[in-house]
Design a protein around this ligand. Structure first.
Ligand code: ADP
Ligand code: MG
Length: 441
């Protein structure tokens, strides 16, 4: 895999935790330019994005990089020299949005319909047919990762497709809030903020529960809402709960929100989860066996984001290690948070730890109690427990027949000290990197 593919896979694997718009916003134009000798160089489009990645996402990037590339890396961040954007090369899903704020890859076509969302989808489609006329406002709610944001963008994209001149604007409530605050601070821009949000035909506001407790924003949103609503413009909102359940939301907003159609999305059933996996795999150009699909679909019940993220992880690992995405690999991923490592045996972990500390495995397993062997022994036990999920007894046996309580004591000691000792942290991480790197060679 070249760095571009690694980065692409990394972005896919981040989808377990982050939404596509977040990824597009913060990661879209960042590039992985090199990955050598345990050092990954990232080029960010601006200083702001660099700060953001470094302060909020460094750990996540490092972790994802380890899973995807099998290497443990130090990250360096740099700002890109001014150059034409190379975003097109990254493929369609990570395209940053234009001024509509819409992510083009969230469409109806790739939105799987099942029992859990058919009502929401049919209302959404009616809105697309006759924006502003049938169901206004439309209020969609569900738990996390069940497709609200996707559906919201799908509505916007479809309206744009049938009526390219329609002015559509997508914004999260958080974005609405932060832009409002900025506009108020610089008085000259308050008017243009209002104009932007009030001179449109379709307003899509995601995660409206964010307005809870924010009085000034609620006031502004109330006015925006009224102005649009009274002139027959379509408003669609999403939330993680129904309007009446949003705490500290002014009553007048609650009743406006509930005044149109309120539709929810439930958790998908097994068949729907399988269908989602099938379609996502096909979209990635992979022909996934039915038993692999069901291995994943049976275990991952709650969120579709997680379902998709796990599939991405499976495909990323299969492609890195040049193996097929089998049920075995799928099970490994489900059982183990650090799936790559499943392919290393406990004995190999011991060997790698010993090499790192320059002692031999017999010493590590011996009765010796000097500090040179005790620390490596405890680290090895800790890593075998984490990586191989071996039982305390198994580890004890492997290490010269030690008692399980001795092993437990050692593991707990490492766990306790890691957060306090930078040295230990570095040691453990670099060994873990060696182990994970090995599985890919
Ligand atoms: P929410 O906004 O409810 O937290 P998202 O819309 O971000 O959830 O969905 C999470 C992920 O799951 C997205 O990548 C989305 O494309 C995918 N997804 C959700 N529902 C479906 C569906 N019915 N068909 C296909 N993909 C879906
Ligand atoms: Mg969402």
């Amino acid at each position: 895999m070249n760095t571009k593919e690694i980065w692409h896979n990394l972005l896919l694997s981040l989808e377990t935790e982050l939404s596509k718009p977040t990824i597009a916003t913060f990661f879209g134009e960042t590039e992985l330019v090199s990955l050598e000798n345990g050092r990954a160089r990232l080029l960010c489009p601006s200083r702001l994005s660099l700060e953001h990645l470094r302060t909020r996402y460094e750990e996540k990037i490092r972790e994802a990089l380890r899973t995807v590339s099998g290497q443990s890396c130090e990250l360096t961040f740099e700002v890109k020299p001014l150059a034409p954007s190379r975003i097109q090369e990254l493929g369609p899903i990570f395209k940053t949005a234009d001024q509509t704020g819409l992510v083009g890859s969230y469409t109806f076509k790739n939105f799987v319909i099942g029992l859990s969302n058919q009502l929401a989808v049919s209302v959404a489609q009616a809105v697309v047919e006759k924006p502003g006329q049938l169901h206004n406002p439309l209020f969609l709610y569900s738990g996390v990762g069940l497709g609200k944001t996707h559906l919201l963008h799908a509505i916007g994209n479809q309206i744009k497709e049938s009526a390219p001149e329609a002015r559509v604007l997508y914004a999260s409530a958080e974005r609405f809030t932060s832009e409002l605050i900025r506009a108020i601070q610089d008085r000259r821009t308050t008017a243009s903020f209002r104009k932007r949000f009030r001179s449109i035909d379709v307003l899509l506001i995601d995660d409206i529960q964010f307005l809870a407790g924010r009085e000034a924003t609620q006031e502004e949103f109330f006015n925006t809402f009224n102005e649009l609503y009274l002139s027959g413009k379509q408003i669609i909102m999403t939330s993680d709960r129904r309007p009446t359940e949003i705490q500290r939301l002014e009553q007048r907003l609650v009743s406006r929100f509930a005044g149109g159609v309120v539709a929810d999305i439930q958790e998908p059933d097994l068949d729907m989860r399988a269908e989602i996996l099938r379609q996502k795999a096909v979209a990635r150009g992979v022909n996934l066996q039915e038993d692999v699909i069901f291995t994943l679909a049976e275990k991952i019940e709650g969120s579709i984001r997680q379902l998709e993220g796990t599939l991405n992880q499976l495909l990323a690992i299969a492609s890195t290690q040049k193996i097929s995405p089998s049920t075995e690999l799928a099970r490994g991923i489900l059982q183990n948070r650090a799936p790559v490592a499943r392919f290393v045996s406990p004995q190999e972990v011991i060997n790698i730890v010993c090499r790192h500390f320059n002692i031999n495995p017999e010493e590590l397993c011996s009765a010796k109690r000097s500090q040179e062997v005790v620390l490596p022994r405890q680290i090895a036990a800790y890593l075998i427990r984490k990586i191989n999920r071996a039982s305390l007894n198994q580890i004890g046996q492997l290490m010269g027949g030690r008692d399980h309580s001795t092993i437990l004591y050692g593991i707990e000691k490492i766990e306790k000290e890691i957060p306090e000792s930078r040295f230990l942290q570095n040691q453990v991480e670099s060994i873990r990197g060696e182990i994970l790197g090995k599985t890919c060679s």
